[in-house]
Design a protein around this ligand. Structure first.
Ligand code: GLU
Length: 486
């Protein structure tokens, strides 16, 4: 039997990370088993139509390397793969269930249902459709249909006994039938509900394993009753716990940390995100952490999916991201970091290639880059306390000495290369009998205005150029002099 999984997103305009992880597990499971990964767009909720939303789904999945074997734009034997293009196909199936007694027409109006709901709630009961229309005679139903009275078609769920199924993550699940409501299968506008369409489509598309969120755990008995009513074999189920921000909160769009696009815009790498996302809710059974997509396929085993909600730890993701950036091809890094440099350094004539070399190992997320290199564009105001560094044996007094020593040395360098800067400084330091740190530390502070910099004094001086370096050294000495004079 060929394994066939599907990812069935509703086009909302955004890809939630929870959804992306669902797609990933579907993809991995299919590929691991040499099966097919199918994309189906669930857009029967016409009120929620969002322009361009389907494209977001395509772009995200492709960007992540999860190509689908069958789906809207690539086609396949079970198309169309967009539910709205299948809309005429569902009603006959619902009518078949009506004929066999597993479903029925319901003509109750919204107002009537509201009234009954309010009454039930007043009695302290949970409202469940009361099968009112199940008791209409065949003739009454026909008369209403002929008269064009709007209707829905509802499932006729049993009220006694129980329904159970085996979930591959959650094990044996049993639900008393009295908890099942007669859900709507076909809406007044003739469109199927999700609850109906997912069953029809999963069957027609030959889906063998349904991988989706735990929000569907308790509806699944109703779906299985539909499969049984049609005489179809139900798929296997793999329900996935929610992706959480912490023990109590889901990842929410409000916090700007729920959507794939949020992360890409901040400068997270797709590979890092996919790698980390795979581990939120699954583990390889050993202590390996780094996986490419093909490696994930190789390692994936559904028995290692977690029952407990997965916590999406932002710090851990950031750590992964930094590692991926550190290991990435330098030319790719340079290309990716350039627009972030441009935000603060555009037009400054800065040598991006050298700066990138110094920055690659320090970049955790690209959106942190501008703040890290802004000092190159403009010397920030800084606290003179920075000149004090115990290990470097530096303090404001030593700093003044160091800068006074270096100023003419730097000015005397004719060809401004890192090597020349290095050699000139080292010679001067040795001659003066000072410690390297006691000179290079204050020099770095004077020309950068901060304690943490990509590269040291020599690299920064080179990047800034001679003129700007001398200007900043003068500025440092002036600051120190003012402070010494109180
Ligand atoms: N369209 C549904 C959703 O986005 C799909 C759920 C399923 O995988 O069956 O939640």
């Amino acid at each position: 039997m060929e394994v066939r999984t599907r990812f069935a997103p509703s086009p909302t305009g955004f890809m939630h990370l929870g959804g992306l992880r669902t797609a990933l597990y579907n993809y991995l499971f299919a590929k691991k088993n040499g099966g097919k990964f199918i994309l189906r767009i669930e857009d029967t909720d016409q009120e929620r139509f969002v322009e361009g939303a389907t494209q977001v789904i395509y772009d995200t999945l492709r960007g992540c390397g999860m190509d689908w074997d069958e789906g809207p734009d690539v086609g396949g034997p079970c198309g169309p793969y967009i539910q709205s293009e299948r809309k005429d196909l569902y009603l006959p199936y619902a009518q078949q269930l009506v004929a066999s007694g597993h479903a029925y027409y319901c003509f109750c109006t919204k107002e009537e249902l509201e009234e009954r709901r309010a009454a039930a709630e007043a009695r302290g009961e949970v409202f469940k459709y009361d099968k009112h229309c199940l008791h209409l005679t065949k003739e009454e139903v026909q008369r209403k249909l002929d008269a064009g009275v709007p209707y829905v078609i509802r499932q006729n769920a049993p009220t006694e006994g129980e329904t159970s199924y085996d979930d591959l993550v959650f094990g044996h699940m049993t639900f008393p039938n009295e908890t099942l409501d007669d859900m709507v299968l076909i809406k007044q506008d003739g469109m199927p509900t999700y609850n109906f369409a997912n069953v029809i489509d999963d069957h027609l598309m030959g889906i063998t394993h349904v991988v989706r969120g735990t929000e569907y755990l308790s509806s699944t008995p109703k779906y299985n009753l539909l499969y049984a009513a049609f005489g179809w074999e139900a798929p296997q189920y793999i329900h996935l716990p929610t992706v959480m921000r912490d023990a109590h909160h889901k990842l929410s769009k409000r916090d700007g940390d729920a959507y794939y696009s949020d992360f890409i815009e901040k400068g997270y790498l797709t590979e890092a995100l996919i790698n980390y996302l795979a581990l939120v809710g699954w583990n390889p059974g050993d202590d390996r952490e780094f996986f490419t997509l093909p490696e994930l396929i190789e390692a994936f085993d559904i028995h290692r999916l977690n029952k407990a909600p997965g916590i999406f730890d932002m710090d851990k993701l950031t750590w992964f991201n930094a590692e991926y950036i550190r290991r990435m091809d330098f030319e790719r890094y340079l290309t990716m970091v350039t627009p972030w440099f441009d935000r603060v350094l555009a037009g400054k004539g800065m040598d991006y290639r050298r700066l990138a070399e110094l920055m690659q190992g320090r970049t955790e997320v690209f959106n942190r880059v501008p703040d890290m290199v802004r000092f190159l564009a403009e010397l920030p105001d800084y606290d003179l306390e920075l000149y004090t560094h115990k290990k470097m044996k530096s303090n404001p007094e030593v700093a003044m000495q160091a800068l006074t020593l270096c100023r003419p040395v730097m000015e005397g360098i004719t060809e401004w290369t890192e090597q020349n800067i290095h050699d000139a400084l080292m010679a001067a330091i040795a001659q003066a009998g000072m410690k390297n740190g006691a000179v290079l530390w204050p020099l770095r502070i004077a020309i950068s205005g901060q304690a943490n910099t990509p590269g040291g004094a020599i690299e920064i001086a080179w990047l800034l150029g001679k003129e700007e370096t001398l200007r900043r050294m003068d500025d440092g000495m002036a600051r120190l002099t003012r402070a010494a004079q109180g």
